[in-house]
Design a protein around this ligand. Sequence first.
Ligand code: ADP
Ligand code: MG
Length: 264
Amino acid sequence: MSDLTKTPAGRTTPMVKAEAVHKSFGAVEVLKGITLEVNQGEVFVLVGPSGSGKSTFLRCINHLEKINAGRLSVDGDLVGYRQKGDRLYELKDREVALKRRDIGMVFQHFNLFPHMTALENIIEAPVQVKGESRSAAKERGMALLERVGLAEKAGNYPSQLSGGQQQRVAIARALAMQPKLMLFDEPTSALDPELVGEVLDVMRGLAEEGMTMIVVTHEMGFAREVGDALVFMDGGVVVESGSPREVLGNPQHERTRAFLSKVL
Ligand code: ADP
Ligand code: MG
């Protein structure tokens, strides 16, 4: 039987496909035609100077912003729309909420619920959004805490955890919804240097397990070792892309070289 997720070339449907994606805020165009593909199981690294549109692009993928032009799809489904025949219907809020469950997002500033323990943070969405039983959610939550190396911190509140520990809880919380795609927006930028490694190690483990990940980061060592593909963005456009080794080792554009000389 033919596998419907295979394209004629025999490849699987890309997890994310962006075709000439444009996004403006008022008169300011922030994304000026982004075209790229993220394959299933790939670690896709997005780098670029501050203000180049990286966060905006992640927010578009995650239904937090609506694109103005172009096409954006996740796992073969257009973001924000349902296609029926050749007509497009905008998704209702309820439908958007369902789609967003499949995408995990980790932010620079952890954003844990401060009045909940680590374990409570993790089980909140599975219980409230998916209707999982508390006992089942707790069991899975503990397994996730184990996986990020924090089983013994289950009862701690965020204020009782280091930044690196908080970020690992935030990753576990995102994983609790069993997403098919994880978005990381500068997950280590707010951390003291000695805490960066423990978070990158968790991300490396996820990559090894085959999670599809888009990672915005300035950690070029991580990009080179773990990344399968890398895009350098500047001013709302993709300036260059390729394997991390190619782009970091032999950048073709002056803008890429200028950026890399600052972060490497
Ligand atoms: P990056 O993550 O690469 O630093 P951002 O996507 O955060 O870049 O921002 C790109 C540009 O879009 C910036 O100039 C920023 O000020 C602008 N921008 C982002 N979000 C908004 C918004 N909600 N309203 C207006 N401008 C925005
Ligand atoms: Mg950003």
